[in-house]
Design a protein around this ligand. Structure first.
Ligand code: BGC
Length: 377
């Protein structure tokens, strides 16, 4: 009980400090993603052969068990159904699971309603029901230790998605050789891509007020989420790495939500007016809210302000095509949901998985926005 109170206070303090924003160093605490990405990049022939053999073995095992997949029960916990990106993710996950041989009635997907207690109750119910595998998008990544203990204790393999548990937690899976893995992209890459899209415009175009700096507004996702932390940090780092001076006018938490971002950006534009040169949003839902505020303030993206998001939601892609958003970054929900389902299958067949399964983001500007839209539609 006492412990719970302390963590609530800590979480509250964290939200408060993040909301104060600019200048805060919210350096993220895990770097497994980079390690995994580096490992992926150094694949040589021997590794290729080994990977092919492993894939063949996996394919054979999948074939052997595929008849049985229809009888396997999959529990899927999503942190919040109303999240646009997670809606794309879970829809694709369900249809891919079915295409791989699971039967629809054995796939149960539940809404954590952005409340960890609710989600923990759902996990308890899945365990009591005896599901064969769990795919979990945690409400709070910091609850991963508790979740893992429950699920592993019940002998159920576990695939985390989208919200990456920290390094210490991932190390436990490795040390104990547990059937637990994480599937997701390295959010540092998405932040870097956002910054690079701005750098590619050239400082003369971006420094609209001519003060020699890039004056920006940052709208952050849920501060507990590593994606939000990394995107915030790495987007600005890309500008600094290009030798640009930056000036943070406002850095607020929009919790991934369009309406919250609209209010934040409207306030920032009211306060700083034409000094706002770039609006960085940790996701597209918030970029869409930012765009509403930008347009209501009579500003024009591409002419007197720039705006970038992440995810490549269809609506954001249409804006990139029309020039009403500068760019976005494709957060590949196809590859992530397929990898998550494949990882679940690998546990069921006994093929097993690495403890980190990564994927790549893709930079989207006006040049490839239509192509990306064709892909996601
Ligand atoms: C996405 C956000 C989403 C969040 C949920 C992020 O990777 O970019 O749009 O709200 O995941 O955890």
């Amino acid at each position: 009980m006492k412990k719970k109170v302390v963590s609530v206070i800590l979480a509250t303090a964290m939200v408060a400090s993040m909301a104060m924003g600019c200048g805060g160093n919210n350096t993220a605490s895990t770097n497994n993603g980079a390690a995994a990405a580096d490992n992926g990049a150094t694949t040589d022939n021997a590794a290729d052969d080994a990977a092919t053999e492993a894939a063949d073995a996996g394919a054979a095992a999948t074939e052997a068990v595929s008849g049985d997949l229809a009888d396997k029960k999959v529990g899927v916990c999503i942190y919040q159904f109303s999240d646009n990106f997670m809606t794309l993710f879970r829809t694709e996950l369900e249809s891919y699971l079915i295409s791989q041989g699971f039967s629809q009635e054995n796939i149960t997907i539940v809404d954590g309603a952005n409340d960890q207690a609710t989600q923990t109750g759902q996990i308890d119910s899945f365990i009591a029901e005896g599901v064969d595998v769990l795919i979990i998008n945690p409400v709070n990544s910091s609850s991963a230790e508790t979740i893992t203990d429950k699920v592993v204790g019940a002998g159920i393999p576990l695939v985390y998605i989208n919200r990456e548990p920290d390094e210490t937690e991932q190390q436990r899976w490795e040390d104990n050789n547990w059937d637990v893995t994480y599937v997701g992209c390295d959010a540092r890459q998405s932040g870097t891509f956002q910054g690079e899209m701005i750098v590619d415009l050239g400082l003369d175009a971006v420094d609209l007020n001519g003060n020699g700096k890039v004056d920006y507004v940052m709208v952050e996702g849920d501060p507990e989420n590593i994606d939000a932390q990394y995107r915030t940090e790495y987007s600005i780092k890309a500008l600094e790495d290009a030798g640009w001076e930056v000036n943070c006018l406002s850095d607020q938490v929009g919790n991934w939500a369009q309406d919250q971002a609209q209010t934040i950006v409207a306030n920032a534009l009211g306060q700083y007016g034409t000094d706002v040169e770039v609006v960085f949003c940790n996701n597209d839902a918030m970029a869409l809210g930012a765009l509403q505020a930008i347009q209501s303030a009579g500003r024009t993206v591409g002419t007197d302000i720039y705006l970038v998001g992440v995810d490549a939601l269809s609506e954001a892609l249409e804006n990139v095509i029309n020039g009403t958003m500068t760019g976005t970054v494709f957060n590949d929900h196809f590859s992530q949901s397929h990898s998550a389902a494949d990882a679940a299958i690998n546990y069921l067949t006994g093929a097993g998985n690495e403890h980190y399964i990564g994927c790549d983001y893709i930079k989207v500007t006006q040049e490839n926005a239509q192509e990306t839209l064709d892909l996601v539609k």
